[in-house]
Design a protein around this ligand. Structure first.
Ligand SMILES: NC(=O)c1ccc[n+]([C@@H]2O[C@H](COP(=O)([O-])OP(=O)(O)OC[C@H]3O[C@@H](n4cnc5c(N)ncnc54)[C@H](OP(=O)(O)O)[C@@H]3O)[C@@H](O)[C@H]2O)c1
Length: 330
């Protein structure tokens, strides 16, 4: 893998090819992720050379992910990590849901301002290296949300600005109101919708592409079993990719990748992450993890080298599987 730091557009911020996605550390994706495990996972990432840490205001009902990063930082130099945060989504109680909460997208300037101040407080830092609008708010003109992010950039509370979960049209409008250097979208071997419009737009405008779900929420790490079911406390139970014939087809795909990883002498998640990182236009790949062991295993992708035979076999497996229908909920 090419380990050279990659600049985010015209900003002074640079990231490595891999980043740690800190969403699972909030303890909301499944039971059993303790605060101790969360802090140890962040430390393991930094110590493994994965210094791009991706979090968000809504990762945890009370900022648990941001707090875990804060706890992991003592003893490490602040300037040695890139902390990427996101604003514009929060949780509200909703007794009609299980668990009793719902996600609210709110891109009003006053909400953004308030969230960023709270985020900086939780992280114990005076600036985010990268601040994304988590998703466009359909009830607020995107230029208004972007204008607030520009003010935060000018105030020094963020060193660079990004936009997540956006269309090419959203990106264009956002960029008229705020310098935009990064875009964060879903992308993995089987979910490649960004290749149609968003990625070409980013390439044409010098905007870095940071991608999430490279492991398809753990599926492509290769540890799931046929017939496995997920409890309702595990958010994966609701995704079509983990249910019925779709799940079986996905596990067939994983089985087709195993001999490719074995021939190269690497673990399956490393093959998957290395392939994802080398796709044209991809700047940084965010993998989630819930333990230091997963981080150590995934960070070994930094040393995984694909060859032409591996690329061909992966391409054939992707073609045989076909695209996964429909965009998954964020
Ligand atoms: N911008 C957005 O709207 C958005 C949306 C989603 C995600 N993101 C960001 O992108 C990051 C990555 O996405 P993600 O975490 O949802 O998905 P992911 O990286 O595809 O999957 C992460 C999950 O896979 C499992 N896993 C990871 N490494 C493993 C290993 N070596 N062996 C076995 N299992 C392993 C872990 O789950 P278990 O241990 O629970 O099995 C882990 O939580 C997020 O953390 C977040 O920072 C952003």
């Amino acid at each position: 893998m090419d380990l050279a730091p990659r600049s985010l557009g015209s900003s002074t911020v640079a990231v490595g090819p891999l980043g740690l996605g800190c969403w699972p550390l909030a303890g909301m994706t499944r039971d059993g992720v303790t605060r101790e495990a969360a802090v140890a996972t962040v430390r393991a990432a930094i110590d493994s050379g994965v210094t791009h840490l991706d979090t968000a205001y809504c990762y945890g009902e009370h900022g648990e992910s941001e707090r875990a990063i804060r706890e992991a930082l003592p003893g490490r130099r602040r300037e040695d990590v890139v902390i990427a945060g996101k604003c514009g989504i929060h949780w509200e109680p909703d007794q009609a849901k299980d668990p009793p909460r719902r996600q609210v997208v709110d891109g009003r300037p006053e909400r953004i301002r308030m969230q960023v101040d709270e985020t900086l407080d939780r992280l114990g830092t005076d600036r985010l290296d990268l601040l994304y609008l988590h998703a466009p708010d359909p009830t607020v003109p995107i230029e208004e949300s972007a204008g607030e992010l520009k003010r935060l950039l000018e105030a020094g509370k963020a060193r660079a600005i990004g936009l997540s979960n956006a269309s090419a049209a959203n990106l264009s409008r956002f960029a008229t109101a705020c310098p935009l250097v990064a875009c964060q979208m879903q992308f993995n071997m089987l979910q490649r919708e960004i290749e149609a419009e968003v990625l070409p737009w980013c390439l044409a405008h010098g905007v870095a592409m940071v991608v999430y779900w490279p492991l398809m929420k753990g599926l492509l790490a290769g540890r799931m079993r046929r017939g496995q079911t997920f409890p309702t406390s595990d958010s994966r139970h609701k995704y079509p990719i983990f249910n019925g014939p779709e799940f079986d087809r996905n596990l067939d795909f994983v089985d087709a990748l195993r001999p490719v990883a074995a021939r190269l002498g690497c673990e399956l998640p490393d093959l998957v992450l290395a392939w994802t990182a080398e796709q044209p236009g991809i700047t940084s790949v965010l993998f989630g993890a819930t333990s230091p062991e997963q981080v150590w295993e995934n960070a070994a992708a930094l040393r995984c080298e694909l060859d032409a035979e591996a690329r061909q076999a992966i391409h054939a497996a992707i073609r045989a599987r076909g695209p996964v229908a429909g965009r998954q909920p964020i």
